[in-house]
Write a protein that binds this ligand. Structure first.
Ligand code: CTP
Ligand code: MG
Length: 229
């Protein structure tokens, strides 16, 4: 199936609290965005990449971030939107007519592996929709507004959701259309699909597939990088 990966990289990284958005920060001299794109470049099941960036960065991302690296699969640079969901939708609207399978993967998860991408692709080919995730390690509590615990969740059922999230094109298109129609906002793309009653397969990901979000994640990222060498 013709498979295109949309890489949302249009955030401003508020929780990282740095002058430059976190997707442009470097790990061992390489922008995090490039580290992520290189894994998709090396994955034979991925045909093309669409990178969604802040609209004011369209030119600088091309010249300063993408051009210096040998990225042959980048088929387009797309201006993002206010929230992640808007940026992903912009990517979906930019898909070419031949695309059959759509991967969505955060630019700031550079420790993704080709193997995990492939596992998610195979599952979505077979079942329509799949996401990577990992079982939670800690005990999770629901806490009320007064700060008191309401209940302890059954840990054996709980997973933390990651990306990649992979969908048959018609499924993710209709999910985003329905979200716009209903004014629904989700924090990931599978939640838009789940609310249509469509089953999503959970694929066991890697605990190392972290989303670089807050300053301590950069320390963890450096350590993961060092360990992988
Ligand atoms: N993203 C995006 N468009 C937005 C917001 C986020 O493309 N309007 C992307 C980010 O660039 C990132 C991914 O979605 O690759 C995951 O989002 P998150 O970790 O929340 O990144 P930011 O929104 O940049 O960070 P913060 O929420 O701390 O501001
Ligand atoms: Mg955000």
């Amino acid at each position: 199936m013709r498979t295109v990966a949309i890489i949302p990289a249009a955030g401003s990284g508020n929780r990282m609290n740095r002058d430059v958005s976190k997707q442009y920060l470097t790990l061992a001299g390489k922008p995090i965005l490039v580290c992520t794109l290189e894994v998709f470049e090396a994955c034979p099941l991925v045909d093309a990449l669409l990178v969604v960036v802040p609209s004011q960065d369209m030119e600088s991302v091309r010249t300063d971030i993408l051009d210096p690296w040998d990225l042959k699969k980048v088929a387009g640079i797309v201006p993002g939107g206010k929230e992640r969901q808007d940026s992903v939708r912009a990517g979906i609207e930019a898909l070419d007519g031949d695309t059959e399978l759509v991967i969505i993967h955060d630019a700031v998860r550079p420790f993704i592996t080709a193997g995990l991408i492939e596992n998610c692709i195979r599952a979505a080919e077979a079942e329509g929709a799949a996401t990577a995730g990992v079982p939670v390690k800690d005990t999770v509590k629901e806490v009320g507004p007064d700060g008191r615990i309401l209940r302890t969740c059954d840990r054996s059922l709980l997973w933390l959701t990651q990306t990649p999230q992979v969908f048959r094109r018609d499924i993710i298109e209709s999910a985003h259309r329905a979200a716009v129609r209903d004014g629904f906002r989700g924090t990931d793309d599978t939640s838009l699909v789940e609310r249509l009653g469509i089953a999503v397969r959970m694929i066991r990901g890697d605990y190392g597939n972290i989303k670089i979000t807050t300053p301590e994640d950069l320390v963890i990222a450096e350590a993961l990088l060092a360990a992988s060498r």
